[in-house]
Every structure is written in structure tokens, then in C-alpha cells.
Ligand binder design. Structure first.
Ligand SMILES: Cc1cc2nc3c(=O)[nH]c(=O)nc-3n(C[C@H](O)[C@H](O)[C@H](O)COP(=O)(O)OP(=O)(O)OC[C@H]3O[C@@H](n4cnc5c(N)ncnc54)[C@H](O)[C@@H]3O)c2cc1C
Length: 445
């Protein structure tokens, strides 16, 4: 401490979730004095709400194909993942055996132990983790180099002087205004399926220091959820998520398909927010029900009958013996029932005799959905984290619009944009790999 209201460090980390704590722990273990300032009353953010499945795509080709982001940035996730796993193992963080996840592979990790362990590393190396602290502004010298931040705690204002500063506040999904601006006007009313603190502070701080916010990247990660009676229980985030929509049909109020459902429920969510009324009917049959809607999406998950759980929690759905009953359900809820059934019939015909003319096309799972009983559930998009954010380079340096770095300023996790676009290949992996990358670029290799 240099005086009552100023502290100094090698690395200031703003936001104590997956990206921030991974950077903090990595740098501290290599001798850095780190200060972490976290706005919430506890560390962990969305990482601690997660299932802790630490995975990524199983090849560079897949991360580019399914992620749809900047190949160079996605490549950092893929290339750094082995070092991140090795670091977790070296610290004794418990990990499951390898599991299949979407188009990739991973492990369920003890995420609490990782976050807590990183905080311990910070404190063992002379740093601090400070909770319930707002960052009001970044500090810059005359040439624009970021030299720390001004922070506000209940005990007063503290200036943190730092050789490097990392923005890791977890994205902007908790801000209806920013969702409407960057994603879609209808995204303003979207349900939030994440920590409620991450409202774009990193973007605001970074932009004020000269960083560019990539306004064109409207992608986000989320899931389709059944209508909730209440939405204040974090356990519902997984229980009401209809991960099996990729094996189902999604039909909008006009009774039409609107996306390649097989691309994945997270990608279907981003398509659904743009539909009339920002909702869809998710339709599947008894075969898909047994194979997907009652089976956990990863082997470490808990089996649930997703239709039953949805109905029990206020969801609007029907288990129907005939398509006529599905049409009546659709009509009763503001969808075009006749068109809905025509769409289902056309899909089932093309599943056998015309996969190549499906419109929208389908890349996977062409099985017909024609075995009663039929399941029709109204689903709504819910957002978990944003793909857009501050423009960074492959070293996690925040860039200005002219492509030059804002000196000594880094961003990682959901505060940084560009690695993913239309799909994703791991939120925890994105956060940890870019957290580690930022720490390395700041001199803690
Ligand atoms: C229900 C659920 C399940 C999930 N399951 C998985 C999974 O199994 N696998 C996977 O890969 N991903 C999963 N995710 C996504 C994953 O949790 C996120 O992608 C990841 O945590 C993002 O890391 P982050 O550091 O960017 O954000 P977070 O981990 O959310 O951390 C951001 C931190 O910044 C803090 N903060 C916000 N504003 C400020 C501010 N102004 N000043 C200081 N601090 C601030 C927040 O309080 C928070 O602690 C899941 C998420 C949820 C919600």
C-alpha cells in the first residue's frame, strides 16, 4: 500500500468468475501480486452456476465450423485447452473421466475448488480478493496506457495502480438495453439464465479507455426453456432447458420451421429470439422423447422427463395422440395450427423422400417424428452469455478500432468478443483459456 487510498499490484483483475480467477491464479502462481475486484458478495459468477463441464471442440475444424467465430481467436481456445487441463490436474482439481459434449470432449471439474484455489493462490502471493467492489473508471496516462482503476467499496474509494489490467466481468447478458442494442430488439425481454451481475461493465470500461466494441457480433449462448411459473430459482436453468430441440422441430407462430434445428439448442435459441413473439413450438415424438427428452445431455447429468418437468413448473405443452390435437393446442396459443401440422407432415415426408430439399435445411438427424404420442411445448429463449464484446487480439489485448492495442489492457471470457459467432465450443474453456492467455501476455507465462 502506498497510501490509505491507493494500492499497487502487477495485475488488476476486474471480475472474479472463470476468466478472472483463472488469470489471477495463473499469474499469482508465477509470482505476480494480483488484486481481484469483484462486484458481487461472492466469487464465481456464472461459473458457479454451471455444471462445471470443461470442454471444447475435438478439432480445430470443428471449433471453426460449429463456433462460427474468428478462426484465430477460436484457435487460441483449442490450442490453450491442453495447458488449462494440465494446470487443473497439477493442482489436484477433481475431474471426471472424459465425456462427450456436443461436437467435442471434456471433463466435469470441481469448479468450486478451481475458483477457491485460484483465490488462495492470489492471497499466498501477496495479493487480495476484494468483494462487493465497483470499478468506476480505468486510469490512463497521457499515451493511453491503462495504469489501473478507481474502485468503490462500502468502506470508501480505492485507487488500484497496476502494470496490467484485465476486464473479466462476464459479458452484458444482464443488461436488457445492451441485449436490444447488440443482439435484437426482441432480446430486451429475453429471460436471463446466468448470474444477474454481468451487465456490460467490462464493455463500458473498455470502450471508455478506447477499446472497440464489436457491434456486429449478435451471437449469444443460451437455451430454449419452457414457460416458467417463476424464474428466480437457479435450478430451473437446467431443468427447464430443452436441450433436445436439436432432435425436434421448431415451429414459429406462422406455423413454419425457421432454422436448422440439428445445429444445437444453443444456436436454435439465438434463432428463436428473432421470431414473431420471440417463441416457438418445440415438437417431437415418442421415439425422440425416449432417446433425448428423458436422457441427460451429458453423461454426468441427471435424467429428467423434460416435458413433465416443464408442465409441473407452469410450461404450456401437450402430449397428444394425434396431430389434430397438436393443431388445436397450437391454435389455442396463438400459433397457426393448420400450418404447424402441414410443416410436421412435410418434414416427415422429406425425412424419408427428400432430405435434400428441406427448407430450412438440416445437417443432422433426419429421423421422422411420426410415432405417437406427440409432444408440443412452447419454448422461449433464455440467455447465458454473449459472444460479442471488446475486440481483442490473440494475446487477449483490447484493440482500438484502428487495430492497435490499448496498452496494458486485456479482456477475457464473455467480456471479449469474436471467438464464437453462431455456435460455441465451451464457455468455461473460452474463459479459462483467454484468462491464461491474458496472464501470459501480461508477462506471467
Ligand atoms: C446454468 C449454467 C450452466 C452452465 N454450464 C456450463 C458448462 O457445463 N460448461 C461450460 O463450458 N459453460 C457452462 N456455462 C457457461 C459458463 O459458466 C460461462 O461461460 C463462464 O462462467 C463465463 O466466464 P466469465 O468469467 O466470462 O463470466 P463469469 O464466470 O460469470 O464471471 C464474471 C464475474 O464478473 C463479476 N462482475 C460482473 N460485473 C462486475 C463489475 N462491474 N465489477 C467487478 N466484477 C463484476 C460477476 O459477478 C462474476 O463473478 C453455464 C452457465 C450457466 C449459467
Amino acid at each position: 500500500m502506498t497510501d490509505e487510498a491507493t494500492i499497487t499490484c502487477d495485475l488488476l483483475v476486474i471480475g472474479g468468475g472463470m476468466a478472472g480467477m483463472s488469470a489471477a491464479g495463473w499469474a499469482a502462481a508465477r509470482g505476480a501480486r494480483v488484486i481481484v475486484v469483484e462486484k458481487a458478495a461472492a466469487l464465481g459468477g456464472s461459473a458457479l452456476l454451471s455444471g462445471g463441464v470443461f470442454w471444447t471442440a475435438s478439432s480445430r475444424e470443428k471449433i471453426e465450423l460449429y463456433g462460427g467465430g474468428d478462426p484465430a481467436l477460436a484457435g487460441i481456445v483449442f490450442d490453450t485447452y491442453p495447458a488449462a487441463v494440465a494446470w487443473l490436474r497439477s493442482r489436484g482439481i477433481q475431474m471426471s473421466p472424459r465425456i462427450d459434449v456436443l461436437h467435442g470432449q471434456g471433463y466435469q471439474i470441481d469448479i468450486h475448488a478451481h475458483i477457491r484455489g485460484c483465490a488462495d493462490l492470489v492471497e499466498q502471493h501477496g495479493g487480495f480478493v476484494i468483494l462487493e467492489t465497483e470499478t468506476t473508471a480505468l486510469l490512463q496516462d497521457e499515451d493511453g496506457t491503462v495504469t489501473g482503476a478507481r474502485t468503490r467499496h462500502v468502506d470508501g474509494e480505492v485507487t488500484v495502480r497496476a502494470a496490467a489490467t484485465l476486464l473479466a466481468t462476464g459479458g452484458y447478458q444482464a443488461s436488457p438495453e445492451l441485449r436490444a442494442r447488440y443482439i435484437h430488439p426482441q432480446a430486451e425481454r429475453m429471460l436471463l439464465r446466468a448470474n444477474p451481475i454481468s451487465d456490460g461493465a467490462g464493455l463500458r470500461l473498455g470502450a471508455a479507455a478506447g477499446g472497440e466494441v464489436a457491434g456486429t457480433n449478435a451471437g449469444f449462448y443460451g437455451h430454449l426453456v419452457s414457460e416458467p411459473r417463476v424464474w428466480d430459482d437457479e435450478r430451473l436453468y437446467v431443468a427447464l432447458s430443452q436441450y433436445h430441440s436439436e432432435h425436434a422441430l421448431l415451429i414459429n407462430e406462422a406455423g413454419e420451421r425457421f432454422c436448422d434445428e440439428s445445429f444445437g439448442d444453443h444456436a436454435n435459441t439465438a434463432q428463436t429470439v428473432r421470431q414473431p413473439g420471440s417463441r416457438a413450438i418445440c415438437f417431437w415424438d415418442s421415439r425422440a422423447h425416449a432417446a433425448y427428452a428423458t436422457v441427460p445431455v451429458v453423461s454426468v447429468g441427471i435424467p429428467l422427463d423434460k416435458m413433465q418437468v416443464a408442465i409441473d413448473n407452469g410450461g404450456k405443452g401437450v402430449v397428444a395422440g394425434t396431430l389434430d390435437e397438436v393443431a388445436a393446442f397450437a391454435d389455442a396459443h396463438g400459433f397457426d395450427g393448420a400450418a404447424t401440422c402441414a410443416t410436421i407432415a412435410a418434414f416427415n415426408h422429406q425425412a424419408r423422400h427428400g432430405w435434400e430439399v428441406m427448407d430450412p435445411p438440416r445437417t443432422d438427424d433426419f429421423a421422422a417424428l411420426d410415432k405417437p404420442p406427440f409432444y408440443a411445448l412452447i419454448v422461449h429463449p433464455a440467455i447465458t452469455f454473449t459472444f460479442g464484446g471488446l475486440t481483442i487480439d490473440t494475446g487477449a489485448r483490447v484493440l482500438r478500432a484502428d487495430g492497435t492495442p490499448v496498452p496494458a489492457l486485456f479482456a477475457a471470457g464473455s467480456d471479449a468478443g469474436g471467438a464464437f459467432g453462431r455456435g460455441y465450443a465451451g464457455g468455461l474453456a473460452l474463459a479459462a483459456t483467454f484468462g491464461i492467455t491474458a496472464a501470459r501476455s501480461a508477462g506471467w507465462a
